[in-house]
Design a protein around this ligand. Sequence first.
Ligand SMILES: C[S@@+](CC[C@H](N)C(=O)[O-])C[C@H]1O[C@@H](n2cnc3c(N)ncnc32)[C@H](O)[C@@H]1O
Length: 240
Amino acid sequence: MEINRTIAPDDNMRPPGQDPAYFAIGERALTLIKNELACHTETGTARIMDFPSGWGRVTRWLSAAFPDAEILVSDVLEDALAWNVETFGTTAFETNDDFSKIERQPDCDLIWVGSLITHLPERSAKAFLDFALDCMAPNGLLMITTHGRRAVYNGATGHYPRNAFKDLDAFQSVSDAFFRGEYAYADYVATPGYGAAYIPAHWFLDQCYARDDVLVVNYREKAWNNHQDLITLQNRSVAG
Ligand SMILES: C[S@@+](CC[C@H](N)C(=O)[O-])C[C@H]1O[C@@H](n2cnc3c(N)ncnc32)[C@H](O)[C@@H]1O
């Protein structure tokens, strides 16, 4: 499959000199999506959301794999969003730091959420889940990447995103909270309100068990880039 390999000069997800890794991470997202769709043949692909779309690391794979789909994108980075629309022919919608204030985008068959909740405090993560679930078509799939045990392990062994924390103690306290079973979050030093969240899998189950219109259809540890976990939810009644 041919994809558009143009990379925006300001793409902050592309480490210098690491184009193969950058493309491999996007391609891995598409593989995960295709696997999920293969398990759920009742799910359509007419309307797909990539949120947040950033500079199109995953969008480029979605637009190549689903040329007939309408692909909805959003990001707080206005330049990235404009570039995404221009480069991949996607449809942008306006976002907000308060997810409860974003206008709902109905009837999405598939929503890919790559590395968003991984940076959010718990209250924002809950508001985001409400937003995304409100946007789902019947039988639609919501695929969210998250930091689980592997990401804690990576941080503990000095890898990303350990160096974004103030010091080792700051990382250790979120790691301890994670292993106590809590939604563990700390701001990065440079960006108050935005940091790293480490989320035990049961947190997602608790959110879903509070409602009867969403199924947990998959949880895969270290599914994305050997770092982030993936949880897949489906807009389908427990009773149906
Ligand atoms: C780690 S990047 C991931 C981007 C993209 N999903 C990817 O895989 O390349 C996180 C993105 O979330 C965006 N973001 C943060 N808060 C947001 C919000 N409230 N609404 C939309 N995008 C947001 C950031 O601007 C950034 O582009």
